[in-house]
Design a protein around this ligand. Structure first.
Ligand SMILES: [Zn+2]
Length: 78
């Protein structure tokens, strides 16, 4: 699974860069319900400075990590 994980890590880094360069103020990690406990534990919204890697250290998702980054947009209203 080493290759898959390396690839996933590069892909998610890319996605994170795009989110940082967009309109988002924070980033949210979304995790499928069948993900491993390590992934479930990192689900939530983060400041750009302390976003965990995807896949996280110690991930044991049976079919590979499916967690992903999503932008948090809170620039509504004045
Ligand atoms: Zn996992």
């Amino acid at each position: 699974m080493e290759d898959y994980e390396t690839k996933r890590r590069a892909e998610s880094k890319n996605a994170l860069e795009k989110i940082k360069n967009g309109l988002a103020t924070k980033v949210r990690i979304l995790v499928p319900a069948d993900a491993c406990p390590v992934c479930r534990a990192i689900e939530g919204a983060y400041d750009f400075d302390d976003v965990p890697d995807i896949p996280p250290e110690g991930c044991s998702c049976p079919n590979g990590c499916k967690a992903f980054y999503a932008p948090v947009l809170d620039r509504f209203g004045p």
